[in-house]
Write a protein that binds this ligand. Structure first.
Ligand SMILES: Cc1ncc(C[n+]2csc(CCOP(=O)(O)OP(=O)(O)O)c2C)c(N)n1
Ligand code: SF4
Length: 311
């Protein structure tokens, strides 16, 4: 599918907003921007199952909600299980002729904690069963709404309140869990990484996710100025730096075929991405070099995967 540079190509109603203004996201939150864009493509025939995370907290403080869609609260661990149940129910009701046969997008959403830690089991089950649903992981790289605790998606070396750097600690001491590749290992029809700093690439991937017959997994890097300790007006810029440095490559896996959807001519040094972020402020040159070496290796590995799976 070609990447078009107009919103009209992806949605019949570019001006429609499914997240009303007045929600409580922090200034500059790229996570809520990602949702706003995604739902323009998903449209009104969408049912959303959302796990506890920033996006639930900011969008549905009881008794208020900013969602203009059917939305169901789920526990931290089971967004995928609830979405898969909704999908099954719709299928049966259709078979029985109890609801009209119109396309409905069933979407499960959770943060990186709700996905790569506590929701992984439910997600793996739903992907393995082949439900026709879209799962969106909003990866802000920590448990942000409960006070910036580390998750398994927190990058190596980052400060969080549960991975504080000090004389004997570098900060987060494990490397970021590779969730997109874990999803891809389920051999589902569509997996993609995305970032709202590249909005048309992101819209294209959401559109593709609506078109596949089976599960689609979207892993969205969602810059969080509050947790990353950056000025709120720089969220989009940091998303770009993450992609251009190879820290967060943009790629998709369609029926097992890996493809980079944005290939920088050359990668910028990861230091350019890390240097302005308070969460990495304590790192030494030696540690940043170690991170650079790891990124170089993973980038090479991704290029090899793209080459090896070329049809
Ligand atoms: C079983 C369970 N454990 C812990 C919690 C408390 N809790 C709610 S949200 C959350 C962190 C969510 O982090 P993430 O999924 O990364 O979303 P974010 O807030 O970063 O958007 C935690 C620990 C809970 N609700 N249920
Ligand atoms: S803490 Fe981060 S992800 Fe959560 S609402 Fe604020 S900016 Fe967005």
């Amino acid at each position: 599918m070609k990447i078009y540079k107009t919103l009209e190509r992806y949605t019949e109603k570019p001006d429609a907003e499914y997240i009303a203004s007045g929600h409580r996201a922090c200034q500059g939150c790229a996570e809520v921007l990602a949702l706003r864009l995604a739902f323009k493509v998903l449209g009104k025939n969408t049912i959303l199952a959302m796990a506890t995370g920033c996006m639930e907290i900011i969008s549905t403080p009881l008794p208020l909600t900013c969602w203009r869609l059917p939305w169901i609260h789920v526990a931290f661990e089971n967004a995928a299980a609830v979405a898969s149940g909704i999908e099954s129910a719709i299928r049966i009701l259709r078979q029985k002729g109890k609801i009209p046969d119109v396309p409905i997008n069933v979407v499960g959403i959770a943060g990186d904690g709700g996905t790569s830690d506590i929701g992984l089991q439910a997600l793996s089950g739903a992907l393995e069963r082949g439900h026709r649903m879209i799962y969106i992981c909003l990866d802000n790289e920590a448990y942000m709404n409960t006070g910036i605790q580390r998750s398994s998606a927190t990058p190596y070396g980052a400060f969080t309140t549960t991975s504080p750097p000090g004389k004997k600690s570098i900060g987060q001491s494990t490397w970021k869990k590779d969730m997109p590749k874990i999803a891809a290992a389920h051999n589902i029809p569509y997996v993609a990484t995305a970032c709202p700093s590249y909005p048309f690439d992101f819209l294209n991937k959401v559109k593709k996710a609506t078109m596949v017959n089976g599960p689609a997994y979207l892993h969205v890097l969602s810059v969080c100025p509050t947790g990353w300790r950056i000025p709120s007006e720089l969220a989009i810029e940091y998303g770009r730096l993450a992609v251009r440095s190879g820290f967060f490559p943009l790629y998709e896996v369609e029926n097992g075929v890996f493809r980079l959807t944005y290939k920088p001519e050359s990668l910028i040094p990861v230091k350019e991405y890390m240097k302005g972020q308070g969460r990495f402020r304590h790192l030494t040159e030696k540690e940043i070099t170690e991170i650079q070496e790891r990124i170089n290796k993973e980038w090479e590995r991704l290029l090899r995967l793209c080459e090896a799976t070329k049809p």
